[in-house]
Ligand binder design. Structure first.
Ligand code: NAG
Length: 288
């Protein structure tokens, strides 16, 4: 009876956490958008859920201790479901500070999708915000170690300075793209991926006073980054010191759309507006 009472209590609290000390998972699809389902990294749990293996899967890893209500999750869920039928799985880190356990649990879920549901890794996107970017790197590295296959695509949103055991790096996945929006504040300017984007120089974002505003701008850009109307035209720069409209070479790469065609690795600069639509398009045309 006691166990049962506890279960009812846990259900009543609506917590997505699987158990104390472990990450929780919540599944969103277009159909269950308003009533997401708690998942465990187990076959039975997935089979019973609305998870649909033929659709792409996006895994969202939040900031340190981020729970299922973290705004980065809402941004990922909204931007993905707006564009396509897919499975978006958000990771709840409210109950855990064990980096190894987080990487193990999330990679276990991915390996399960690969092994038991025939989901090719190419159909899975890992997105991490702040500390979650480094955790996503740790997950991808673990998947690579276990499956002997490089994880294809990881998107890091304003990663923090490396304070965790695992520091995100290009060796974590075939294509690591990073969006820096509060480098020198809550994030870092350090290059961590194949392609590092520095909107407005990567430090302070237009319309922002607080660091948290610039930091969170990284996921507010997602809706446009993942839209077919993406107009974040980016310029390739020689160094962080020479990032400007004049001294960088404009390219046809749009921020967030480089995974299909292996762009030149490097430092990419662009300017944005202070509110939606953030993209400014080809405003630099005279410099081409
Ligand atoms: C999630 O975390 C935020 C910030 O710590 C907190 O305000 C909120 O109550 C939490 N929500 C849930 C559902 O636990």
């Amino acid at each position: 009876m006691q166990t049962r009472a506890f279960l009812l209590l846990a259900l009543a609290l609506g917590s997505a956490a699987a158990a104390k000390g472990e990450p929780g998972f919540l599944l969103f699809t277009r159909r269950i958008r308003e009533s997401p389902q708690a998942l465990q990294p187990e076959v039975e749990s997935l089979v019973r859920s609305s998870f649909y293996a033929a659709h792409p899967t996006v895994l969202s890893i939040p900031r340190w201790l981020g729970n299922s209500s973290a705004p980065e999750h809402s941004a990922v869920v909204a931007a993905q479901l707006e564009q396509r039928e897919c499975n978006v799985i958000t990771v709840d880190l409210a109950e855990t500070t064990d980096e190894t356990a987080i990487a193990e649990s999330v990679s276990q879920l991915i390996e399960l999708l690969s092994r038991n549901f025939d989901v090719p890794l190419e159909r899975i996107l890992l997105v991490g915000f702040a500390e979650g970017a480094h955790l996503a790197g740790a997950v991808a590295a673990k998947v690579q170690a276990d499956l002997g296959q490089r994880f294809p695509h990881l998107t890091a949103l304003d990663p923090t300075e490396g304070s965790l055991e695992h520091l995100l790096s290009p060796s974590d996945a075939q294509f690591v793209e990073v969006v820096h929006t509060n480098g020198g504040g809550l994030g870092t300017l350090e290059r961590l991926g194949h392609v590092d984007y520095y909107p407005n120089g990567g430090g302070t974002q237009p319309g922002c006073v607080e660091d948290s505003c610039s930091h969170e701008r990284s996921f507010e850009l997602l809706a446009e980054m993942w839209s077919p109307e993406n107009d974040f035209v980016s310029a390739l720069c020689g160094s962080l010191e020479t990032m400007s409209v004049e001294s960088c070479r404009w390219t046809s790469l749009k921020m967030g759309q480089g995974s299909q065609w292996a762009p030149t690795p490097g430092i990419y600069f662009l300017e944005t507006r202070s509110s939606q639509p953030f993209a400014r398009g080809a405003y630099h045309i005279s410099f081409l």
